[in-house]
Design a protein around this ligand. Structure first.
Ligand SMILES: NC(=O)C[C@H](N)C(=O)O
Length: 320
């Protein structure tokens, strides 16, 4: 009998309709009952929070990853986290960054609420529990199981606001498929070693500044003024920014605030290709975030700053 722990945090999977809108009130035990019979699995449950994921704080995310680690220390074969989809890829990525254990940690949720006529949460949860107990999911780090597929946490993104096939990993694809209760292996992407982050301490503030045609330096300078220890630029295309943003980025880097360049485009890497754009940013010392989304890049830069405030680039080497 495989042993899996279900840790619930809220999200649409736990939500019911109220006069004020969807409200995440359903406890883990009820979610598990709705998932139906799971032969061969012994599942324990706990409720960490009952909130939508857009309301989770940085401290909540660290508490969640600490709770996952406590459950693993208790000797289960895997852990499932139910979570809102809005920021699931961020919590899953934080869990993945520190995950130094072969056992799976599987995030899941739903697009339709618990009391919908045809909710998607019960099947997603059943799949996630099977994945968490399956040897094929070992050594893949933190995973996100949704709509019959499981993705590695790194690179996964919410790509549709409402459809049940909400997630994808552009340029990477899923690592597992779940069909009729069977877990089918698809890919085993290499993972960098876990980062020895202290999850008991707040992570350094890193802000994401979005760029658009004609954007100026105001928000980048405001981030620095607000005390950001690092900034992620949600840049255009392959990693270009309007000239005023490049000027301010150079000043931030010169002042000891690292700038990580990611793209607003969902697929493909950033690269210092264009004079006046990415090439200028690279020449001025900005870091390039590979194909990480700005929000996963934000977490990685924050972790790097926590581990080595003087040389976060050294921590990032081999991880982008
Ligand atoms: N589908 C969802 O779970 C979205 C919800 N707003 C949340 O992130 O909690």
């Amino acid at each position: 009998m495989a042993r899996v722990h279900l840790l619930a945090t809220g999200g649409t999977i736990a939500s019911r309709r109220t006069d004020g809108g969807l409200s995440a009130t359903t406890p883990a035990a009820e979610l598990l009952t709705a998932a139906g019979p799971l032969p061969g699995l012994e599942v324990t449950v706990s409720d960490l929070t009952t909130v939508p994921s857009f309301a989770l704080t940085e401290a909540d995310a660290r508490a969640l990853v600490r709770a996952v680690r406590e459950q693993l220390a208790g000797g289960v074969d895997g852990v499932v986290v139910t979570h809102g989809t809005d920021t699931m890829e961020e919590s899953a990525f934080l869990a993945d960054l520190v995950h130094d254990d072969p056992r799976p940690v599987v995030f899941t949720g739903a697009q339709r609420p618990f009391d919908a006529p045809a909710p998607d949460g019960p099947a997603n949860l059943a799949d996630a529990l099977r994945v968490a107990a399956d040897p094929a999911a070992r050594d893949l780090g933190a995973l996100l199981a949704f709509d019959g597929l499981a993705f590695a946490a790194r690179g996964v993104r919410k790509l549709d606001t409402l459809r049940s096939a909400a997630f994808g990993a552009p340029g990477r694809g899923p690592v597992l498929r779940v069909a009729a209760g069977a877990v089918l292996p698809l890919a085993r992407p290499p993972r960098p070693p876990a980062l020895p982050l202290d999850l008991g301490a707040a992570l350094p503030r890193v802000d994401v500044v979005a760029c658009h045609q004609g954007s100026d330096d105001a928000l980048l300078r405001a981030a620095a003024a607000a005390g950001a220890a690092g900034v992620v630029l949600e840049a255009l295309g392959v990693g270009n920014v309007p000239p005023p943003v490049a000027t301010a980025a150079a000043e931030l880097v010169a002042g000891g605030v690292p700038v990580l360049v990611c793209s607003r485009v969902p697929a493909g890497p950033v690269a210092p290709l264009y004079a006046g754009g990415g090439a200028r940013l690279a020449g001025d010392g900005a870091l390039f975030g590979g194909d990480l989304s700005p929000w996963q890049g934000r977490l990685l830069l924050s972790a790097a700053l926590a581990l080595d405030p003087r040389d976060p680039a050294g921590v990032l080497a081999g991880r982008l």
